[in-house]
Design a protein around this ligand. Sequence first.
Ligand code: ADP
Ligand code: MG
Length: 366
Amino acid sequence: MIRVEGLRKNFGKASNAVGAVNGVSFEVPAGSLVSLLGPSGCGKTTTLRMIAGLERPTAGRLVIDGELAFGDAENVFVPVNRRAIGMVFQSYAIWPHMTVEQNVGYPLRVVRPRLPKSEQKERVAEALDLVGLGAYAARSATALSGGQQQRVALARALVRRPKILLLDEPLSNLDAELRDRMRDEIRQLQQQLGITTVFVTHDQAEALAISDQVIVMDQGRLVESGTPEEVYRRPTSHVTARFLGLSNRLRGEVVAVGEGTVRVRLGDSTLEVATPVAVPTGSPTVVAIRPSGLRIDRRRISADSWPGTVERGIFRGDAWDYAVKLGAATVFVRSYDLDARLQPGEAVFVEARPGAAILVEDLVAD
Ligand code: ADP
Ligand code: MG
């Protein structure tokens, strides 16, 4: 449905241009939701604005619904008002002097050719029903809660029945509880309508929860892409690993090579580690593992446990994260056993959960 090929955007004059997007390529299959995930400044918004037609790319090609929307070689650029796209931005910009109905109907009043009044009214009612605001049509938009205003913005994006929906951090102005609820509502609506959607976020949990495919970006480039499970469980890049919480780094040495895994010596014990690339026996490596991929106990759990000392505990509400000194390294271990409170100075044992350790490609050369 959307094909992005080598898309670039440089801001400023050619002589001192800054590359905001440095050649990204990806596809968004019809009816699916794809997230662009990455830290602030990595080029997510610029990519989305180029798909929308709000920003003219510096180079590349963009095909939307089988039509060339931008091509530098062909010198084609379809302007924003001729692309069948609905958009919601972070600052969802509700017009305060208008009613809910007027806000949602605005895109229909400016588009040419104009639909008959009765048809416009029908479309507005349909869009409001979709977001559960059917009863609020006549209300002043400012009388609504933050979540309801966000729904108004969504209804406004859907009122022209676009084939494509672009959402740029649409939930970041909402409080945590509402954010989760709206996220699930957007996903349900997207699936119900089968609308092809690009969702921009810097929040990994949000991207994992809402997407069919996640595209990880960094410094204007695409780092990797895959299903939420793939990028979470088997990231192939250093950037993704860090961004998706694989925060513990342990240095070791490959002592045996298997199928998609290697055995790594870490201190006095060895550990089976998944690896996306072939690494020879004898290589020094760095193993990445999440705090939740480690277990902690006062007793030696197995022969492959590492002895260590608790440095401190950080209360997470549903868990404790313990900083544990293992030889020269400090690792963080998550424990959901809130009753077995460990104290600083306590001797403990730490071990990796099966399948939790990953050897990350660009760490191999580290
Ligand atoms: P993100 O949405 O991932 O936070 P952006 O796409 O907004 O990133 O920005 C990518 C880079 O491009 C940043 O370095 C930003 O400062 C720069 N940038 C974005 N818009 C403009 C602009 N209109 N003029 C100049 N630089 C810009
Ligand atoms: Mg942005």
